[in-house]
Ligand binder design. Structure first.
Ligand code: HAM
Length: 431
């Protein structure tokens, strides 16, 4: 017997029962970004591997262990995008969108791929909603990105469940000086480090700061901190951001160990985290990457952005029972027809209704069936009304209009008057 076909581990189907929440999140987000003047950009899912190796950085877990990389038929190394920033920067450069200091405020949405160990909130195909801003060097835009996410949490009813962590990684010189100091400190304690951190000491020492190992964390308690090494410009940028967040009343916690897992960041980094989802609690993360564009061969161009994990937001909205009730959108009307002439009339009538009342959700019974079976299907569809068309109704050019959600009487309505009769439904309850 052949093996049952299954989806790839960590790559999930989003089933019809779940898509309304996804659409709700996506539309809430796109409307919000519209109101802040951001434009959507759509980017390929596959890029040359080199883009990610150079952008995200060799030595990061994402590049070293998690990429879906393959050779195409032309022997070129391609990779399913593990994140959106590198591709967005590539597109902006390729199309000259940031030339002449043009400000770009962009957002994107779509699947990303990482070969991680799947668990609740962590998948191999997951979705991000991301934002990237170019040519805005000041802390004012960092603050705008944070305030617009804070507004989103309020709109979604999850504001009380997320907290903001903030850090500054400083300039690349400050980071290099800090890295040296950290390496010296940890070298002296090398034998007490966990195996992963011992390896990272040569590949990516800053990542040791967010090691999950308790003994390593204890060692770090007395280690030098990044904030002690901040250069003057980064310090005043960070102060500028904090004072804006204070004015906006956005609470934050400074986490000097927040370094992020991608290499392109400098200065501001932030994460919104929750304790409601278990170990995968980061719902949104980002920061500044002023050096990335020049690294890709462009003129030095400030960049800053973030991405949020849609699966994690869906889980959070569901866990906190914040899914709006009106997301379920059953049909307004279900047409039951008996006999072929009535079936033909039902078809024509449904199309007329759709012409007259855009927004009306009308189902037409398919596959004939007895009165009882069609009525049962009408009821199960969740529709407000069953519209009944039999021989009698056909002769009189009327439909029987039977309310399905209360006990009111069935009415006989002329075909011409039907749209008028149903119009209230679309206005009152239609969306
Ligand atoms: P990231 O921290 O790697 O940053 O991912 C951003 C968010 O994507 C995470 O906070 C999480 O919510 C979600 N996420 C990441 N990996 C997974 C996974 N395996 N399963 C489910 N959700 C996941 C970036 O990707 C940067 N490009 C963000 C950015 C944009 N920075 C500046 N601009």
């Amino acid at each position: 017997m052949s093996k049952t076909l299954q989806a790839i581990r960590g790559m999930n189907d989003i089933l019809p029962a779940q898509t309304p929440v996804w659409r709700y999140l996506e539309s809430t987000f796109s409307e919000l970004l519209d109101s802040y003047g951001y434009s959507e950009i759509r980017l390929p899912i596959v890029e040359y591997t080199e883009l990610f190796a150079r952008g995200i950085g060799e030595g990061t877990d994402v590049v070293d262990k998690e990429m879906y990389t393959f050779l195409d038929r032309n022997e070129e190394s391609l990779t399913l995008r593990p994140e959106g920033t590198a591709g967005c920067v590539r597109a902006v450069l390729e199309h000259g969108l940031s030339g002449g200091g043009q400000v770009q405020k962009l957002w994107y949405l779509g699947p990303m791929f990482r070969y991680e160990k799947p668990q609740k909130g962590r998948y191999r195909q997951f979705h991000q909603i991301g934002v990237e801003v170019f040519n805005q060097p000041g802390p004012d835009i960092d603050a705008e990105l944070i305030v617009l996410t804070a507004r989103l949490w309020k709109k979604l009813g999850i504001a009380d469940a997320v907290t903001l962590q903030l850090n500054s990684l400083g300039s690349s010189e400050a980071r290099a000086a800090y890295r040296d100091a950290l390496v010296v400190y940890l070298q002296q304690r090398f034998d007490q480090l966990d195996e992963d951190s011992q390896r990272r000491l040569t590949t990516n020492p800053l990542r040791i700061l967010d090691s999950k190992n308790a003994q390593t964390q204890a060692l770090l308690a007395d280690a030098p901190t990044l904030l002690e090494y901040l250069d003057e410009d980064s310090r005043s940028h960070f102060e500028g951001l904090k004072s804006r967040l204070d004015v906006l009343g956005i609470a934050y916690e400074i986490n000097p160990k927040l370094v992020r897992g991608l290499d392109y960041y400098g200065r501001t980094v932030f994460e919104w985290i929750t304790d409601k989802l278990g170990s995968q609690g980061t719902v949104c993360a980002g920061g500044r990457y002023d050096g990335l564009i020049s690294q890709f061969g462009g003129k030095p161009t400030p960049g800053v952005g973030f991405a949020m994990g849609v699966e994690r937001l869906v889980l959070l909205v569901e866990t906190l029972q914040q899914v709006p009730a009106e997301l379920s959108r059953p049909a307004h009307a279900y047409i039951c027809a008996f006999g072929e002439p009535a079936e033909l009339a039902a078809l024509a009538l449904s199309e007329q209704l759709r012409d007259t009342l855009p927004g009306l959700r009308v189902l037409v019974n398919a596959g004939a069936g007895s009165f009882k079976s069609q009525f049962k299907k009408a009821d199960k569809s969740g529709a407000q009304f069953a519209l009944i068309l039999g021989e009698d109704e056909l002769a009189k050019r009327v439909v029987g209009c039977k309310p399905l959600r209360d006990d009111s009487e069935q009415q006989s309505i002329a075909w011409d008057a039907l749209a008028g009769h149903l119009a209230g439904l679309v206005q009152d309850r239609g969306r």
